[in-house]
Design a protein around this ligand. Structure first.
Ligand code: ACO
Length: 334
């Protein structure tokens, strides 16, 4: 821009962050509700479907880790984006079931992808909000100009932290991974994002075990106050949605697709109702894979992209809520 004195001033160009490819992966064959009964769990297809909408989930074989699932999802996302692994300079990996205490699953994934460019790679721990957190963080890196191409991944082997004798929780979850390539762009992608936490609710959903002196102290299994989680989830998902819509100057009528955390069909329906978004605009895949925690939103996104439901240019509202309690929303042009 030319100033009145004739001095040329550089005007900073806005860097946007856009999703250029999606991918997902579900391990093995689907395990039906009746299969769970066959495995000795005192439940029924009717109870699970009526309360949760879940019909099948996928369970990783022994020895298969979160980063193995992430690897497949990332390969598919890279292929969809037309990118090579070494073009990625940032990996943000959301998980509550990492391969190890350390190193991070992000660093392990970087190696498995064969990336040797020394880019950044780290894990984000926000349980079922992990993908909303990861996308929000990665967008800030890209907008700052420090990084240009990110893989944002959610990958979980929740089957490892379930008490298979607790029918109140074990039927709800599954294993899987989802990923997106997020790139610097001249065109708007992410329009607004928000992330929150309130640690005073940490007791209502947790795995309260610690590893200490070679032993697990406390419980290594997921525990949940289902009814409180339900109410809290619907409340904060609705609030976060309004927050990002307001920030972008849009309203619910502008949303082509709502993609909430795939925990339970009734949470999805109640959230859509509260937001006055019709149910046919809600992406639902929880019936296929159960609650896959941090993987659920990118999984639902990718499945809907690949079936042609979600198209380029659509306005998407992605939302997460989970243990911590944590929650967040990302509004974007796809
Ligand atoms: N199969 C059959 N019966 C069951 C099962 C099962 N898998 N699990 C519990 N029951 C029984 C209980 O024993 C109880 O029997 P009783 O009345 O004889 O004592 C009865 O069903 C009702 O149990 P509730 O726990 O009161 O069932 P509720 O109607 O609250 O539904 C549920 C439980 C589905 C977990 C519900 O609370 C819910 O949807 N909560 C949301 C939590 C959620 O989705 N969490 C996911 C993780 S959180 C997140 O991702 C944000």
């Amino acid at each position: 821009m030319m100033s009145t004195s004739g001095v040329v001033k550089s005007v900073p160009t806005v860097i946007h962050a856009r999703i250029t490819g999606t991918g997902s992966y579900l391990p093995g064959a689907p395990v039906s509700n009746d299969d769970l009964r066959t495995r000795g769990i005192d439940t029924s297809d009717e109870w699970i479907v009526e309360r949760t909408g879940i019909r099948t989930r996928h369970l990783a074989d022994e020895g298969v880790t979160s980063s193995d699932l992430a690897l497949e999802a990332c390969r598919r996302a890279l292929e969809a984006a037309g990118r090579l692994p070494d073009e990625i300079d940032l990996i943000v990996y959301a998980t509550s079931t990492p391969d190890f205490i350390f190193p991070s699953s992000a660093a392990i994934l970087q190696h498995k992808l064969g990336i040797k460019n020394g880019g950044a790679a780290f894990d984000v721990q926000a349980v079922c909000s992990g993908f909303a957190y990861g996308l929000t963080v990665a967008e800030k890196f890209i907008r700052s100009g420090s990084h240009r191409r990110a893989l944002v991944v959610g990958a979980e082997v929740f089957s490892r932290i379930l008490d298979w004798n607790d029918r109140g929780t074990c039927v709800l979850f599954g294993d899987g991974a989802g990923a997106v390539v997020l790139e610097a762009s001249d065109e708007p992608g992410i329009l607004a994002s928000t992330i929150h936490a309130d640690g005073s609710y940490s007791d209502i959903l947790s795995v309260p075990g610690q590893v200490s002196h070679g032993k697990v102290i406390g419980s290594p299994f997921l525990q949940m106050d289902g009814k409180t989680v339900f109410k809290f989830a619907v409340k904060v998902l609705s609030e976060a949605a309004i927050e990002v819509l307001d920030a972008a100057g849009l309203n619910t009528g502008d949303v082509d697709w709502l993609i909430p955390h795939q925990a339970n069909i009734r949470i999805l329906q109640a959230t859509a109702k509260k937001l006055e978004i019709s149910e046919d605009k809600v992406i639902v895949s929880v019936d296929r894979h159960g609650n896959t925690s941090a993987a659920s939103v990118p999984l639902a996104l990718d499945l809907a992209v690949r079936t042609g439901k979600i198209k380029r240019g659509d306005t998407l509202l992605l939302e997460g809520v989970g243990g911590g309690f944590t929650w967040g929303a990302v509004l974007l042009k796809f």
